[in-house]
Design a binder for this molecule. Structure first.
Ligand SMILES: C[S@@+](CC[C@H](N)C(=O)[O-])C[C@H]1O[C@@H](n2cnc3c(N)ncnc32)[C@H](O)[C@@H]1O
Length: 435
C-alpha cells in the first residue's frame, strides 16, 4: 500500500467559500447540463455501445449543446429559493468552532505529522493522505474506506441532488418543529448541512467528520468539528433535536452502537434520520442481464471486499431493527428503489436515475479502491480497469438496474411519555417504487 502525506491545505483550488450544493456542482466541466437534465438529446442512451466515460474529458459531452446558467440550476435544484453567490471572494478558513481541539500545527503553521502515518488526535484543518492517487482522511487514517478528494466531493454533491429530488426538495422526513441543535454525522461534501443551515437559520448545525468540513466559509450557523463518531462525543447527552446520518456506513465499526450513542445525545422528543445506499446493484429483469455483465460481477466483488474490510453493505437490511433495539419509538423505515440510469417513465424518476448513474460513474472507482486493495490484496490498476469496464453497463438503461435506499426515522420518547405498543412497533419498511 502506498500512503503518502499530501499535507495540509486551507482550501482546495476548486473550492469556493460558502458553497451551496448547486454552485459546487456547477463547475463540473461539461457535466452540469446533464445533471440538470437540460440537453436535448441524451448521449448516454443514444449510443452507449462505444462511449468511453471520462468526466474530465470535455469531448465526452461535446454534444451537450446548451450552456447551463446558475439561474437554471437554482430554479431546478434550489428548493428554498436562496440567493447563490457563485463567485464569492476568498476568505480565511473560518474557525467558528467553539469546541477546542488539540492544535497539531507546528510553529511554521503546518501540521507536524510523520509521513506514512495518520493522526491520532484531531487536526484543526483538513489533512489528507494519498493512496493510489486518491485522497483519504489523515486523522485516524484507514477508518473510512472511501476517498475524500474533489472527485468524491463532486460525487457527493450529485448524490445530494438525487436524495433531495427523491424527497421532492425536502431535506428530511422527520417531522421537525423549530429545531435548535442539529448534528450531521459525516457531512462529506457538506451540501446537506449547508442546505439545512439555510433552511433553519435559527438552528446551529453541528457536523462531525474525520476530515472536517469542505467549505472554507460555511454559513455562520454551521459548527464543524473533526472527530471520529465511533468514539465518545464531545457533546452533552440529551443535547440534539435532530441527528442526521447519510452514507456513512463505510466509516463505522458498529452501526448498532452508533445508533445507541445517537439516542443518548438526542434530546427527549428528538429525531434520528438515517439514509444509506450501499452499492448493491440489482436488475428488475435479471433474465435480461448477461451472466458476464461487468457491472454486476464487479458489484459482487466489491461487496465481498467491503465485508472483508469490515464495512457491510447488507447493514441496510438491519438498520430499522437496530433503531428498534435502541428503544426509539415512532419508527418509520422506508425502502426506495432508486433506478440506475434513465429507464423510469416519469421525469422525476428519470432525473433520479440520471443522477444515480452519474453518482456511480463518479463513485465506483473510489468505492472499490481501498476495499479491493486493502481487503482482497488486488492491484490498484487492475481495480481501476475493472471499474472503468463497468461504465458502459452503468449507462445501459435496458438492464433496468436499481439500488435500494434505506431510510429510517425514529424518535426518542419525551420524559414521562406513555409508550403504547403502537409507538414501539417495528413496521416492515414501506417500499417506494419508481414509475
Ligand atoms: C459519503 S460521505 C457522506 C456524505 C454526506 N453525509 C451526504 O449524505 O451528502 C461520508 C463522510 O463520513 C465521514 N466519516 C466516515 N466515517 C466517519 C467516522 N467514523 N467519524 C466521523 N466521520 C466519518 C467521512 O469522512 C466522509 O466525509
Amino acid at each position: 500500500m502506498t500512503t503518502t502525506m499530501v499535507g495540509y491545505h486551507q482550501y482546495h483550488p476548486m473550492e469556493t467559500p460558502y458553497e451551496s450544493s448547486i454552485a459546487s456542482t456547477a463547475h463540473l466541466s461539461g457535466f452540469s447540463s446533464h445533471v440538470l437534465g437540460i440537453p436535448p438529446s441524451d448521449p448516454f442512451l443514444d449510443d452507449a455501445s462505444d462511449f468511453e466515460y471520462d468526466p474530465y474529458d470535455d469531448d465526452c459531452f461535446s454534444d451537450a449543446g446548451s450552456e447551463t446558467s446558475l439561474d437554471s440550476c437554482s430554479m431546478r435544484c434550489n428548493p428554498h429559493d436562496r440567493p447563490l453567490d457563485p463567485f464569492p471572494s476568498p476568505t480565511e478558513e473560518t474557525t467558528n468552532n467553539p469546541i477546542e481541539m488539540p492544535d497539531t500545527q507546528s510553529a511554521a503553521g503546518l501540521p507536524t505529522i510523520p509521513a506514512e502515518a495518520g493522526l491520532d488526535s484531531p487536526p484543526r484543518h483538513r489533512i489528507f493522505v494519498t493512496e493510489h492517487e486518491r485522497e483519504y482522511h489523515a486523522y485516524r487514517a484507514g477508518k473510512y474506506v472511501f476517498p475524500e478528494d474533489m472527485k468524491e466531493k463532486d460525487r457527493g454533491d450529485l448524490a445530494h441532488m438525487m436524495y433531495t429530488q427523491l424527497l421532492e426538495g425536502e431535506l428530511h422526513t422527520a417531522p421537525l418543529d423549530d429545531p435548535k441543535r442539529i448534528l450531521d454525522l459525516g457531512p462529506g461534501s457538506g451540501s446537506w448541512a449547508i442546505d439545512m443551515a439555510m433552511r433553519y437559520p435559527a438552528a446551529t448545525v453541528y457536523t462531525m467528520d474525520l476530515s472536517g468540513f469542505p467549505a472554507n466559509s460555511p454559513p455562520p450557523n454551521i459548527t464543524p468539528i473533526i472527530h471520529d463518531f465511533d468514539l465518545d462525543w464531545p457533546f452533552p447527552t440529551n443535547y440534539f433535536d435532530f441527528i442526521h446520518c447519510r452514507e456513512i456506513y463505510g466509516g463505522t465499526d458498529s452501526y448498532q452502537n452508533l445508533i445507541k450513542k445517537i439516542y443518548k445525545h438526542l434530546t427527549p422528543g428528538g429525531y434520528v434520520e438515517i439514509t444509506e445506499m450501499p452499492p448493491r446493484v440489482q436488475s428488475k429483469r435479471p433474465e435480461a442481464v448477461p451472466s458476464d455483465f461487468p457491472l454486476l460481477r464487479h458489484i459482487k466483488l466489491l461487496n465481498k471486499a467491503l465485508k472483508v474490510v469490515g464495512r457491510d453493505p447488507e447493514v441496510i437490511d438491519h438498520l430499522h431493527s437496530y433503531v428498534h433495539e435502541a428503544n426509539y419509538i415512532d419508527i418509520t423505515p422506508t425502502k426506495t428503489i432508486a433506478p440506475l440510469c434513465t429507464w423510469a417513465r416519469e421525469a422525476r424518476w428519470k432525473d433520479v436515475g440520471r443522477l444515480n448513474m452519474l453518482n456511480f460513474l463518479e463513485g465506483l472507482e473510489g468505492w472499490s479502491l481501498a476495499p479491493c486493495t486493502r481487503g482482497l490484496g488486488m492491484d490498484a490498476n487492475s481495480v481501476k480497469r475493472k471499474t472503468k469496464r463497468c461504465n458502459k453497463g452503468i449507462m445501459d438503461r435496458r438492464m433496468n438496474m436499481f439500488c435500494e435506499i434505506m431510510r429510517v426515522v425514529g424518535r426518542k420518547p419525551v420524559v414521562g411519555e406513555s409508550i403504547t405498543e403502537e409507538k414501539r412497533a417495528l413496521p416492515s419498511p414501506a417500499v417506494i417504487y419508481p414509475v
